[in-house]
Ligand binder design. Structure first.
Ligand code: PMP
Length: 404
């Protein structure tokens, strides 16, 4: 059992794997030669360039296999999931006066919601699908909102804050029945749950290297061949790389690292998932046993195995994160100019602003140990007790009854 003495010795426990993951040793080893010996530009025609291009082509094949695409031609390397999401939304070819509706879930990542804001300024009609209290998109609402005027439906596969898995295949079927295209930001799924773009029937999908033990600054956009590819154009113009669709010198070390991360994720998924789920369930049960006035977000929903979003009533997330300095955990709240605003995800799930401000996200990953989880349970319980001790207990309960 840990106590604060381990903190004094400088122990820090990382439980923020949904924010980012460390590069695995195998990924780093695969990347290293491409920084120095095999550093050539993959577009160069000479021998070294061709060697780099072969590495990129091999990587494209591994990535296609990992996401369930039938051909490497559907894979485009990007600078991350943010860029991939922007490429789909801002790249939409604005040629139709009939299809002007974009349908997105209310709990998308900002890298989808912000481009949507730009689209509405351009005259598109952007509508949001509500979610249930458990953070799942409401399929009845999906069926009502998608119509013959809908150009694109964009729903993420798994939510980064509360971990809920969305019914993407059902959404694709509804959208396709109306002739609309489907984009899925699957960046939180890959490496955590099985992913197959063909089974999900999506036209576009985004992924990010640093969410699955690969490097940062590299991502994937899957674009199905045929009508989907014709529906979007490049948002950057330049040297013609990636079939004229995403110009810029290819980041060969990162591409090789991402492919290695995909390979590892595929081979370790099942064993890793069950261990991570066991630790997450242990964490949530112990937190519930040892603390009062706790809400576990989306506890009744199908969730990512390592994600836990927890509200300690009366304990603002920023105060808890500052107090429990020995553990690295996340919050969905955005901090602008010192003011913390509650997460749009928790608000969309129906929580009051006061309660939404009290959710923290604990996300476990490949290297999380039971010892670390126990350490985090103790640290959080101590901090929650300390912070609650500073304010009258009635204030916490009042919050539950009279949220804003
Ligand atoms: N979408 C989701 C669901 C995410 O969780 C993230 C990362 N927080 C992104 C997109 C952005 O990914 P990247 O950092 O690769 O731009």
């Amino acid at each position: 059992m840990h106590n604060l003495s381990s903190v004094k010795l400088g122990k820090i426990v990382y439980l923020d794997y949904n924010a980012t993951t460390p590069c695995s040793r195998e990924v780093l080893d695969a990347m290293l030669p491409f920084f120095r010996e095999d550093f050539a530009n993959a577009s160069s025609l000479h021998a070294m360039g061709r060697k780099a291009a072969r590495a990129v082509n091999d990587a494209r094949g591994h990535v296609a296999a990992a996401i369930g695409s039938s051909t490497a031609e559907e894979i485009y390397f990007t600078g991350g999931a943010t860029e991939a999401n922007n490429m789909v939304l801002l790249g939409l070819v604005d040629g139709s006066n009939v299809r002007r509706r974009i349908v997105v879930s209310a709990i998308e990542h900002k890298s989808v919601l912000e481009p949507c804001r730009r689209l509405s300024e351009r005259g598109f009609e952007v509508v949001q699908i509500p979610v249930t209290g458990n953070g799942i998109v409401d399929l009845q609402a999906v069926a009502c909102l998608i119509d013959a005027k809908t150009l694109l439906v964009s729903v993420h596969g798994a939510n980064n804050e509360i971990g809920t898995l969305q019914p993407i295949k059902a959404i694709s079927e509804i959208a396709h029945a109306h002739g609309a295209l489907v984009h899925c930001d699957a960046s939180q799924m890959l490496g955590k749950v099985p992913v197959s773009v063909d089974e999900l029937k999506v036209d576009f999908a985004s992924f990010s290297g640093h969410k699955l033990y690969g490097p940062k600054g590299i991502g994937i956009l899957f674009v199905r061949r045929g009508s989907a590819r014709l529906a979007i154009g490049p948002i950057l113009l330049g040297g013609g790389q990636e079939a004229d669709f995403r110009p810029g010198t290819l980041n060969v070390p990162a591409i090789v690292g991402l492919a290695e991360a995909c390979r590892q994720a595929t081979s370790t998924l099942t064993s890793e998932t069950s261990q991570i789920r066991r630790l997450r369930d242990l964490f949530e049960q112990s937190i519930l046993d040892r603390n009062t006035d706790v809400i576990v977000a989306a506890s009744a929903a199908e969730r990512l195995p390592g994600t836990s979003s927890i509200c300690f009533l009366g304990v603002p997330a920023d105060a808890l994160i500052a107090h429990a300095r020995c553990i690295c955990i996340g919050t969905g709240s955005a901090c602008t100019a010192g003011a913390v605003s509650p997460s749009h995800v928790q608000l969309a799930c129906g929580h009051s602003r006061e309660i939404a401000r009290c959710f923290v996200r604990i996300s476990l990953g490949r290297y999380t140990t039971e010892e670390e989880v126990e350490f985090a349970i103790n640290a959080l319980t101590e901090s929650v007790t300390a912070i609650r001790g500073y304010q009258p207990k009635e204030a916490n309960l009042a919050m539950l009854n009279h949220g804003e």
